[in-house]
Design a protein around this ligand. Structure first.
Ligand SMILES: NC(=O)c1ccc[n+]([C@@H]2O[C@H](COP(=O)([O-])OP(=O)(O)OC[C@H]3O[C@@H](n4cnc5c(N)ncnc54)[C@H](O)[C@@H]3O)[C@@H](O)[C@H]2O)c1
Length: 239
């Protein structure tokens, strides 16, 4: 049985990751600032309420490590979006987006290396976005953050590999979640326009993303380190 930590595993894409790892027989630790949809989950899940905007505090990871002995997989999934052009972003908003999406991930990666560099390492998946691969309109802080996620991933991939760590990123494209459904139900024409831009012609599912993450954490991906894997049905390669 593998011990898997998923930040932001209580809502949206994260809760589907929890289901995917439970199906594979893992024990799952969820680190988030709300229980969200976790009560719907039946399985071996431990919930740790944590505000990751206090980014330098990695005591949650140290506590989990002490509890389980070895963390086999860490999915840095917690994140927040900010729909604003660069010139409208307030300093406090930029701080919050970077603290949650970037600095908390940076700190967690470093903390896991310190905890496990003498005990075989581990596998990490950092959640970026198509916004890490290309510009998105009115999402300057988010695009900045998701691009930085790829910098963290590559730095970890080269620095921590000698200690047995593999670090990869997943870049989800347009995914059918409650959030995207709520936005696009009010604007069905936009949904049709986006689908016309996706080479594969349709939005992805949370399960599509969870499957990619599960693969990258698994031993089947033992020779994969430092990639940014788009899960976007071809959106980021152009049309
Ligand atoms: N939904 C999409 O279509 C999509 C597309 C590309 C990338 N992503 C990325 O995937 C990840 C998950 O997105 P989602 O849509 O499922 O998000 P969501 O808003 O549905 O859930 C966010 C999760 O992060 C946690 N979280 C947020 N702020 C936190 C904080 N300060 N402290 C601790 N936990 C916090 C929440 O508790 C929740 O569990 C994010 O990194 C997001 O940027 C999502």
């Amino acid at each position: 049985m593998k011990n898997i930590v998923i930040t932001g595993g209580s809502k949206g894409l994260g809760v589907e990751q929890v289901r995917r790892f439970l199906e594979a027989g893992s024990k799952v630790y969820v680190v988030a600032n709300m229980r969200g949809d976790l009560d719907e989950i039946d399985g071996d899940v431990v919930y740790k309420e944590t505000d990751l905007s206090n980014w330098s505090d990695t005591s949650w990871l140290e506590e989990i490590h002490a509890e389980c002995g070895h963390i086999d997989g860490l999915v840095n999934n917690a994140g927040m979006h900010l729909k604003k052009a660069m010139w409208d972003v307030e300093p406090a908003e930029l701080d919050l987006v970077l603290n949650i999406n970037v600095k908390a991930m940076f700190a967690a990666c470093g903390a896991l290396v310190r905890l496990q560099k003498d005990s075989g390492g581990g596998a990490i998946v950092n959640i970026s976005s198509m916004g890490g691969l290309m510009g998105l309109q009115t999402a300057a802080a988010y695009v900045t953050a998701k691009t930085a996620v790829l910098g963290i991933t590559r730095s970890m991939a080269v620095d921590a590999a000698p200690f047995g760590f593999r670090t990869n990123a997943v870049c989800p494209g347009f995914i059918d979640t409650d959030m995207t459904r709520a936005i696009l139900e009010k604007d069905p024409a936009r949904r049709v326009k986006i689908e016309g831009r996706i080479p594969g012609g349709k939005f992805g599912t949370a399960r599509n993303v969870a499957n990619a993450i599960h693969f990258l954490i698994s031993d089947e991906a033992e020779h994969i380190n430092g990639v940014a894997l788009p899960v976007d049905n071809g959106f980021s390669i152009g049309f």
